[in-house]
Write a protein that binds this ligand. Sequence first.
Ligand code: NAD
Ligand code: WQD
Length: 336
Amino acid sequence: MWVLVTGGAGFIGTHTCIELLENGYNVIVIDNLSNSSKISLDRVRKITGNSIEFFHDDVRDKDALNKIFTNYDVGAVIHFAGLKAVGESVAKPLEYYDNNIGGTINLCQVMDAFNVKNIVFSSSATVYGEPDVVPIKENFPLAVTNPYGRSKLIIEEILHDLHVSDKDWNIALLRYFNPIGAHESGLFGEDPMGTPNNIMPYITQVGIGILDKLKIFGNDYDTIDGTGMRDYIHVVDLAKGHVAAIKAMGSFDDIITVNLGTGSGYTVLELVNAFEVTTGIKIPYEFVERRPGDIARCYADVSLAKELLGWASEKTLNDMCRDSWNWQSKNPNGYE
Ligand code: NAD
Ligand code: WQD
């Protein structure tokens, strides 16, 4: 079966392409390379020995999508394409709504026209806002505080409406927690443009000497050591969750919404400590003010993922640290 992966040249996308190919799927990628490099897909081809059809196009371009759906018998779509930087979304809300929401509407319109009604969508734990309790279950109240998060929530709602209008749509909304780690080959990983916003690429760039020291945002949260707690999940486990969702397409009457996390929370200091122990690299840090919008604790209840998809994460925090470092040390400047 052909699977169209939008945003397939990106961090989670490349890892998912590998898992799809290894599970016997044929893969088409559409990516405008606004936050990625074609080199990642060349490496996917090399490591898997499989071909990937690549279209350097934008999901907001209907002609480009029409061409793909005309030429390939697409069975399902995994929709990663979108902008993802929370801070940037506050500065450029229209770009985020245009790209994320506009892109999704365009994609669904073309899918509908070609009668392809299977879609897996990249949502985010950010839609839960600050939860009253942890672990977070899928039926918890939703609250978003920035345009990025709002774009994810609006898309979830649009996809719900689509399913109400036409029950033939099979839709999986996957809410990712904090993906880190990298493929064990060291050929693929997170390659942020400019100074990283997320913690793991920041740590590895300190490790390699690009950045001086980690700034830890706040040490007065209500956690064991005062630093923020998150559910870090290995990107390869996350990619496997997508294959599980593709395999489950059509088995449910309703749209499904599933957390993809490990079910465990680690604080920033625990993460730094795990990184140092695993890699032997010292990460100097200092405490600074809390980052606006950050929350104290966030980790997933993962029972629904097990029940509906038969999927659970397998890799440990040490695996994540080892593989992130392996990627960074083998590719000090990312893909380029
Ligand atoms: P990424 O930026 O590495 O990948 C996104 C890809 O989409 C990039 O290759 C980019 O070039 C492409 N893209 C962006 N807009 C496009 C458009 N209009 N048309 C075609 N291609 C376009 O990000 P990622 O970390 O791999 O995230 C993938 C998805 O998962 C995103 O939708 C993101 O919002 C979501 N998500 C990510 C995280 C995370 O922490 N990484 C957490 C939760 C959800
Ligand atoms: C993790 C922890 C920080 C950087 C973001 C998005 C979310 C989702 C995942 C897409 C927090 C602390 C961080 C640093 C630090 N993405 N930190 N110093 O904020 O949980 O989630 O990425 O959907 O929407 O908001 O991830 O990696 O930025 O932060 O101390 O330089 O590390 O305060 O406790 P976050 P993160």
